[in-house]
Design a protein around this ligand. Sequence first.
Ligand code: KG4
Ligand code: ZN
Length: 332
Amino acid sequence: MKILGIETSCDETACAVVENGRKILSTIVASQVDEHRLYGGVVPEIASRRHAECIVQVCEEALEKASCKLDNVDGIAVTFAPGLIGALLVGVNFAKGLSIAAGKPLIPVHHIKGHAAANYPAHPELEPPYLCLAVSGGHSQIMEVKSYTDFTVLGRTLDDAAGEAFDKVARALGFPYPGGVFIDKAAHDGDKSIYTLPYPKTANELDFSFSGLKTAVINLIHNAEQRGEELDKNALAASFQHTVCDILCTKLFKAAHLTGHKKIALTGGVAANSGLRAMITGRTEEIGVEVFIPPLALCGDNAAMIAAQGYYELLAGNTADLSLNASANFDL
Ligand code: KG4
Ligand code: ZN
């Protein structure tokens, strides 16, 4: 069964064709990041306009690369929530148009469920149930993936998402947007023991809170600037990255311990972080659980993950009619 996936929740216009949830026939991502970088973050109206401009071409490319026509796909999967509302609406309405034109089922996909499915093409052996840590620019949550379509959130961020904290700290250190990858690079050359950063506490031990940690780093930078002291940027990046990764890993393994899950998956843009990938893999070996991490190309927003999840949603009968609407916030 071939599913056409469409993703426009933020600043990537993406379309992909995936067979049986596992085999990527094509995946096209048109990133707008260079334009948003000028403003230091995503400008919602610009994002919507760029999606509207390039979605047809991205979709045509995805179909062509997969050597298939709209008639040959078995469903149109689209991210309907959560995300920037104007951006989501472009994808949802485009998917509706294709669904009417081709007479194919319309499959709404939750963006975070889509991120979880980013592991399926690379790891054919991964099947629910398992634990999944989704860490992106907008979300940080530990989820129990009970079946392909039934998720329970065990812990979530109470304030900033992990990627958001990376981006804000990166900005304070003078790196371009989105700064996660620049912190990752700087951290390689830094000594993480030079700066000591706070570990935030949360009432639910599986929840996250990154706002205090982010503020502590920003204050440290401002204080150094005011005193005219030179800051070791690489060391601060290394300390910050290590602290975030340690918090994420500790809570994920705590969740594995509490639930008894032996399979854990990582996903989302921050899953591209080299420190997090190494730490999670290292600790996994220590405690004997199996870890699944998507290839770098599927960590950030893409439509292959939406098509993969769409396949399982279709099997579960989760289709929508043409009254489908987008939603900026929507719980799993
Ligand atoms: O999943 P994603 O592409 O979009 C959302 O759904 O938010 O995630 C984007 C986030 C950004 O905050 C970006 O800085 C972060 O992922 N990111 C990284 C790395 N690569 C991307 N954070 C840390 N280290 C990286 N290597
Ligand atoms: Zn995402």
